[in-house]
Design a protein around this ligand. Structure first.
Ligand SMILES: NC(=O)C1=CN([C@@H]2O[C@H](COP(=O)(O)OP(=O)(O)OC[C@H]3O[C@@H](n4cnc5c(N)ncnc54)[C@H](O)[C@@H]3O)[C@@H](O)[C@H]2O)[C@@H](O)CC1
Ligand SMILES: Nc1ncnc2c1ncn2[C@@H]1O[C@H](COP(=O)(O)OP(=O)(O)O)[C@@H](O)[C@H]1O
Ligand SMILES: [K+]
Length: 481
């Protein structure tokens, strides 16, 4: 598992660790890792041009100590002091002692950045608030347009560490070296997209860290959660998943949701709705009924919503599924017919899988607002509906209704997934895992993981059906087979 901790937690852990260690040791550990990553980015350090963007806090201190190490290895280092009278004193002294120089004039600072080979971003770390100030903004822009590799110290400056929000101008890094634990901004867009490749460095605060606010499944976690048929399994024990999706107008959604369901280990798939002919043409193994969920027979989980349209039949389908006592996943058109009271009153789990537009409609906001505030949005939806919510998009998040478990963030996604119908495949996949008995948060986060991994394995431009077909390969890959 990969964990993300909030700023309050990181600061408390740093305090506790520092109380046991000689002064300055944590910063030296941070600086050593930064210098090593910087040297790797440069290839050969001697004779290169390194620029340090230095703010007023400890983040600037880390950067200055790292730059001093590079200067001792023969790099020509220039520190741009954004607030000259408040630069980290010991860090600056170390750099000057190692032969580095400083600039403060705006023009000279911008010229230095433009001709750098490596820029160390030490403007702000976890202490930054409210986006970059104008002086720092022009430097961040110069770094973005220069040919230099940009290495962010702890976080790309300007992002909000706890939320992943980007309230104003921010640095765009090629690599971020982060200390002790991931910060939410490194895992959640829009900030995560500015961080580049991530490198986590152990500076010794691990044992003092409290509970994480975020977690990201890794292969081993998924392998431990996915169901494995035992010797005693039969199709009913493995779980039967019901799919109520598609309409005369959108039969394809039925086929795609069923395709996802079939490839995630369900013992059988029952389909209820008007798309039965299209489903059988592609998947003869499916048990099809033309009626509503009531007519379909017993299942261990329902998937409702993809391609249902918004007619009276669609409403009946959604309310019949919600009236059952099994886990229900509601997606797409089904999300437009949801009453929070009905969902909250259910005794079995409910999983909602909106994209940002659907989430915005449920919250009474605009899409851009949800995309800018993903963590808040997913938590608020989960609390309001008393449901597990999987919020799709460039970062996929899964939150439980209790608010007490860390939000899961999926790390396998790829922008190739943004293809029509791939969400329908995800619904089917997740429904299958619910039917197999996985807890809603595990089912949703494993489904997102396999879905993203499938898209990566299929490589390049994809159709939604390609994603479904690559799911067994993703499953094997996660299982390490
Ligand atoms: N506390 C520790 O033990 C350790 C801290 N470390 C580093 O220390 C950082 C945190 O240091 P600080 O608490 O000093 O905070 P930062 O260095 O992140 O930033 C705080 C300073 O930046 C200014 N500032 C805030 N928002 C700004 C903005 N938008 N534009 C420009 N300036 C802004 C503030 O006035 C303040 O002076 C971490 O991110 C990490 O890099 C590491 O050295 C490891 C050990
Ligand atoms: N930029 C992106 N990066 C990674 N995944 C993405 C991106 N944009 C969309 N996705 C994923 O693609 C899928 C699209 O689903 P959805 O929006 O429901 O589309 P549809 O309704 O066409 O099926 C979701 O799994 C979503 O998380
Ligand atoms: K930084």
């Amino acid at each position: 598992m990969r964990y993300g901790h909030d700023v309050a937690n990181v600061r408390a852990a740093e305090q506790a660790t520092m109380a046991r260690l000689p002064g300055g040791l944590l910063m030296q550990r941070a600086a050593a890792a930064l210098a090593a990553t910087g040297a790797e980015a440069l290839g050969r350090v001697y004779g290169t041009r390194v620029v340090v963007l230095t703010g007023s806090g400890a983040n600037g201190g880390d950067a200055l100590f790292a730059a001093a190490r590079l200067a001792r290895r023969g790099a020509g280092v220039t520190a741009v002091l954004i607030t000259p009278d408040r630069a980290h004193r010991e860090g600056l002294a170390a750099l000057l002692a190692a032969g580095g120089r400083t600039v403060t004039a705006p023009d000279a600072s911008l010229r230095a950045v433009a001709s750098a080979d490596l820029v160390l971003d030490g403007i702000t770390g976890i202490g930054g608030t409210g986006g970059l100030r104008p002086a720092a903004e022009s430097l961040a822009e110069a770094a973005r347009t220069s040919d230099a590799a940009v290495l962010a110290v702890d976080l790309p400056s300007g992002v909000d560490a706890d939320t992943g929000e980007v309230p104003g101008a921010a640095v765009r890094a090629d690599v971020t070296v982060t200390f002790g634990t991931y910060k939410p901004a490194l895992l959640v867009d829009p900030a995560a997209e500015l961080a580049g490749a991530l490198r986590l460095v152990d500076i010794g605060i691990g044992p003092d860290l409290g509970a994480p606010v975020l977690e990201a499944l890794q292969h081993a976690d998924v392998a431990a959660l996915l169901p494995r048929p035992g010797g005693e399994s039969d199709k009913y024990r493995r779980g039967v998943v019901g799919v109520a999706a598609g309409s005369a107008r959108y039969p394809g959604a039925a086929v795609l949701a069923v395709s996802g369901a079939l490839r995630a280990g369900a013992g059988a798939v029952r389909y209820a709705g008007p798309g039965g002919e299209a489903v059988l043409a592609r998947h003869p193994e499916v048990l099809v009924t033309a009626g509503s969920p009531h007519a379909a027979g017993r299942v261990q989980a329902w998937v409702v919503g993809p391609g249902l349209g918004d007619g009276a039949d669609a409403r009946t389908t959604v309310s019949e599924a919600l009236a059952t006592d099994v886990p229900v996943l509601v997606d797409a058109d089904g999300l437009r017919m949801l009453d929070p009271r009905t969902v909250r009153a259910r005794t079995a789990p409910t999983v909602l899988t909106p994209h940002a537009g659907e989430a915005a409609a449920l919250l009474g906001r605009v899409r851009e607002d949800v995309e800018a505030h993903r963590l808040d949005s997913v938590r608020e939806l989960a609390a309001r509906f008393g449901a597990t919510v999987l919020l799709k998009g460039s970062t996929t998040l899964v939150a439980d209704p209790s608010g007490e478990t860390p939000v899961r963030v999926n790390a396998t996604g790829t922008a190739w997934l943004a293809t029509a119908g791939s969400g329908d495949v995800l619904s089917g996949l997740c429904g299958s895992l619910l039917a197999a008995g996985l807890a809603p948060r595990d089912a949703a986060s494993c489904a997102a993981y396999l879905h993203g991994l499938a898209a990566r394995l299929a490589q390049g431009p994809l159709s939604a059906m390609d994603v479904a077909e690559a799911v067994p390969a993703a499953w094997r890959n996660a299982m390490g087979a």
